[in-house]
Design a protein around this ligand. Sequence first.
Ligand SMILES: [Fe+2]
Length: 302
Amino acid sequence: MKLRSIELALPHAAEAAAFLTDIWGMAPAAQEGETHYLRGSGSYPYLVALTEAADAYVRSTTFVCTADRLEQLKRSVTAAGLPATPTVSKDLGGGHGIIVELAEGELLRFLVDAEEVAPIVGADLPVKLTHVVFNSADAEATGHLVEEALGFRVSDRTKGMVFVRCNDSHHSTAFARAGFASLNHIAFEMADMDAVMRGIGRLRDHGMVPAWGPGRHGPGANVFAYFIAPFGPVIEFSTAVEKVAEDYQAGAPEDWTWPEGRIDQWGMSDKDFAGLRAAEEKFRHRRDWDAQSLDLINEEQA
Ligand SMILES: [Fe+2]
């Protein structure tokens, strides 16, 4: 199971696409109708889809998996009673699978047979998405739900977050204890720490400074630099997230505390709490499909 892409709807999609290509450092992949697809240097056809709409919302966050894993998901999602539907992707790269709505409206799509593309070598692009984080009214409940309904695993709990993995990367998603449901931020994997620093410099060339960072987190130990994108959401350059073993012991909030005045390992950057919070309210979840039963293959047939 791998995190692949996020699909957003928003006003002025073309301007957002221009920011992500000209300043953030992505490459244009395609424009189809009202949707702009932006890619990184890795093998996914796109990482971010931006569809023109009257207001801003998250259409889906997409994972790719094997056919066997998809069949398991269909069973566990059905058993958990979550709204879901079979889906055929009309997005770049195609594929088919299911889309699921979690308890607070989060829309996760799981695809098989989605195409991959040749990596881009030698350019300073983000490689892929490394995590997409959501705000939750009850992050603890959502952590339990994704373990039960999706087979994800909680990696760590802190005072602010429940970190969740779907492979050996410490987290591909997380749920922030925010008191409301929305997109918290989108993190782009950079090739290494220098690529993160060059990214910060590129944004500085355009008069933008990090809303938080550079720094290095506790859980996951990844390097980060968060920015508030001109089109609304919080976006992050990240690198070097920890790989964890199957039997990784999930830490509790009391295992992840900081000395007075610190909220990351380096302690070199201020955090714009108010600005980040406002940006985190911009993209809510919106479902534009009706739930249908998933065609379950009998376990004997599977
Ligand atoms: Fe992050």
